[in-house]
Design a protein around this ligand. Sequence first.
Ligand SMILES: [Zn+2]
Length: 460
Amino acid sequence: MQIPLLRLQCGVNSYDWGKVGETSAAARYAATTAASEFSIEAEKPYAELWMGTHPSLPSKDVETQRTLLDLVQDNQALLSPEISERYAARLPFLFKVLSIRKALSIQAHPNKKLAEQLHARDSKNYPDDNHKPEMTIAITPFEGLCGFRPLTEIVHFLQAIKPLRDLIGGTPASEFEKTVQGNENSEDDAVVQRNKDALRVLFTSLMESSPEKIEAASKDLVELAASSSASFGTLPGDVETNPSNPEELASIIQRLNGQFPNDIGLFVFFFLNFIKLEPGEAMFLKADDIHAYVSGDIIECMASSDNVVRAGFTPKFKDVDTLTKMLTYSYAPIEEQKLRPVDYPYTVFNATAYSSASSSLLYDPPIEEFSVVKTDLNRTGAKATFDPIVGPSILICTRGKGTISVGPKTEEVREGNVFFIGADAECVIVNSGSGEGDENVFTTYKAFCELDASLGRANL
Ligand SMILES: [Zn+2]
């Protein structure tokens, strides 16, 4: 039988928001195993490296040039029989690297039921019928917008940022304030529901603003950001608002206006949490969670789908009506949007790995399609053995160099290399780099799916 370790050739797409030329990690990674006709163009944006079986940009086995989709359909044991049956002989997840120079559209992804309806109604804009929960792990410092802010912050901005109130209109703003003020932190279900309803009404009236009004309010907003950044604090009188100071928020408004002049997104900003992630930090977006990515290089893992409902910061099709109806309007502080990794107990280290404080961390969102393990091997000779799992994995190296082995097959690994590992295979990685300290860390991210973890591991 063929050894279930494949070196993959992965495509990169060229959306306008991507980092340009060699500055794009997605492009550099793609170039390490690219087809011979690929070369990085200095002026061209490169946005997303796709690793998986999604038909829009399928990965290929370097050796045979067959698509991974074709290979797993031919040999369903690579996925495990259970996963193959449940996911129609495709990978349950799509793994990506994103290199973000310019904000991505403000968006949400439909839940399964809504995805089916949208796809049936408009298959051009909603290309499949699947939901798309997604997880982001920062590779470089990352900025983004994610989920609705705590209500105290929204109320504060309505009062402190005059162009925002002008755009929404005094009456909707006061009605919102009347409903939520004094109840912002209530945990009573009925009150929370009333708050969410009020937020939906307020947000919808913002999103339905006419282009003329948005243009006028944007000019005032950018002027305010330039002249009076103090009013951009999250709360009255806060100098060190979490996670940014008022000057930083004001300068981001100016930067976003440079990217998308007179865009409704400039105002949506005051409704959403502004989140910063350091390398290794993560967030998870459930179906129907509103978000926008602003800058940075990230690893992203999602259910295998390309369904996006967009509402701002984009030249693409906007579907404001669907977006404002689908959102849950849950509001919470930034810390609750983050996903904290835990030690992954199914990696076995050798002595060199232990003594160099190497680590294997699990990012495990509350869905079945995927989890991700990040492994840092901190010294030459440090070795990690991943227990076999009853499901497929895709591994990418983002730093350093090493080797990867399954059984008797061993491959060299460099930054940007991507591998597919079939179900039930024990996989070993070793740091083969040189140099000291941070210069010699071998970092990999491995996305995988295992339907019933407890069953698979009971035998070990
Ligand atoms: Zn998204």
